[in-house]
Unconditional design. Structure first.
Length: 390
């Protein structure tokens, strides 16, 4: 009984005046846009009902995780890390793995539902890195090359299993999140400076190497996608067909989109595959036009800015690290998805946060929003706390 009272008192110490309802409103608005677009693209009542149910579940997940102290959640980070890493490995190395008629084994088939571990892995890696950096900082040994290597190892183990699925885009997002968290961790320029000086030329050389015909790193279809992106001439009806039609569809939306113009023309995005998920930006652009896309990008910008604002105002170091990681994840994933649909990047599958169809992706993003809200309503722990970073 006493323990329940203490838990209730801890709950009452939350500063609910800082609960960011505007963030919830922006996320909910994006999901409404998603529901409308998917109702047009899928034209399937069952799929629409399923998406609405997922959105309702997502709202409850936001509420649930916004009321769970992220410090308590981080206590289980090692266990979550092991579980999600095993699940990521199981997509390729166990009978549960399935490719859903694609080239990548990214899902686990539990018969009732399919689950994509890479989406949850992103959040778990953020929590794990935040816990690791926080403990290193408390010991006063943060600024060491050893900690840099351990942070890379924490990131690369699940990333390796995601990469062999093969899911290059999610792997790149996780690595980008790690780089962001390293840059704000306080590990110091004496560590990151030499690493950057070595890494940038090596990565440039590696990129040059994987574009060569006889390279031994990428699989054949991955090399073909990069080569066709760099040299699109001659691939208009094959490897670049999807992206070329995506660009035509986006351009046909013009300024205000076909939805507001009330046109009954056949939509160009019918020539583009996976418009309910990886290429959801294509029908959005054609229906809402440049102005509509600009408004949606503003909504994404609000979410990302709020992430980094929460990081700035976080009451402790670990909260700052988690919020920074979530902001980086949403920022890079949005950039990579839209970059693919506009042919700024090679064709690779990655869902657009809050807009793409898919239970795991949407619920994982809702979870990250809930954690972000909890960081914002934490009570002031005082400057004497070992977690204080100011």
């Amino acid at each position: 009984m006493k323990e329940k009272i203490n838990q209730w008192l801890q709950f009452k110490r939350y500063n609910f005046r800082n609960y960011d309802f505007s963030l919830v409103a922006v996320v909910f608005l994006l999901t409404l846009i998603s529901s409308y677009i998917l109702s047009i693209v899928l034209a399937d009542r069952f799929s629409m009902v399923k998406q609405i149910i997922i959105i309702v579940m997502g709202v409850f997940i936001i509420l649930f995780f916004s009321l769970i102290d992220y410090h308590d959640l981080c206590l289980y980070a090692p266990i979550l890390y092991i579980i999600t890493t095993i699940m990521a490995a199981a997509t390729k190395l166990s009978p549960l793995g399935t490719d859903l008629d694609t080239d990548s084994y990214r899902w686990l088939d539990f018969k009732v539902i399919t689950f994509q571990p890479s989406e949850v892995c992103k959040i778990v890696v953020i929590l794990s890195l935040a816990v690791f950096f926080n403990r290193a900082r408390e010991r006063g040994s943060l600024q060491t090359f050893k900690n840099f290597l351990i942070a890379c190892l924490i990131t690369m183990i699940p990333t390796f299993f995601i990469l062999i699925q093969s899911d290059l885009s999610s792997s790149v997002v996780i690595i980008a999140v790690m780089i962001m968290m390293l840059s704000v961790s306080g590990i110091g320029h004496k560590i990151l400076g030499p690493v950057a000086a070595i890494s940038i030329p090596v990565i440039s050389l590696l990129f040059w190497y994987v574009t060569q015909p006889n390279q031994k790193i990428l699989q054949t279809y991955q090399w073909d996608r990069i080569h066709s992106w760099l040299h699109p001439e001659g691939y208009e009806l094959t490897l670049m067909y999807q992206q070329n039609n995506s660009i035509l569809s986006i351009a046909s939306g013009k300024l205000y989109g076909k939805l507001l113009e009330g046109t009954k023309d056949i939509r160009n995005y019918t020539n583009v595959g996976v418009t309910e998920s990886d290429f959801v930006w294509t029908p959005i652009s054609e229906e809402f036009g440049f102005v509509g896309c600009l408004m949606i990008l503003i909504l994404f910008s609000i979410i990302i800015i709020k992430c980094f604002k929460t990081a700035k105002n976080a009451k402790d170091y670990m909260g700052m690290m988690i919020a920074s990681g979530i902001g980086a994840m949403l920022c890079f994933q949005t950039f990579f998805n839209i970059g693919v649909t506009t042919s700024l990047l090679p064709n690779t599958g990655l869902p657009l946060p809050f807009l793409s169809n898919g239970m795991t992706s949407l619920l994982s993003n809702m979870m990250s929003v809930g954690i972000l809200l909890n960081i914002g309503i934490q009570p002031n722990r005082g400057s004497n706390s070992s977690l204080d970073y100011r």
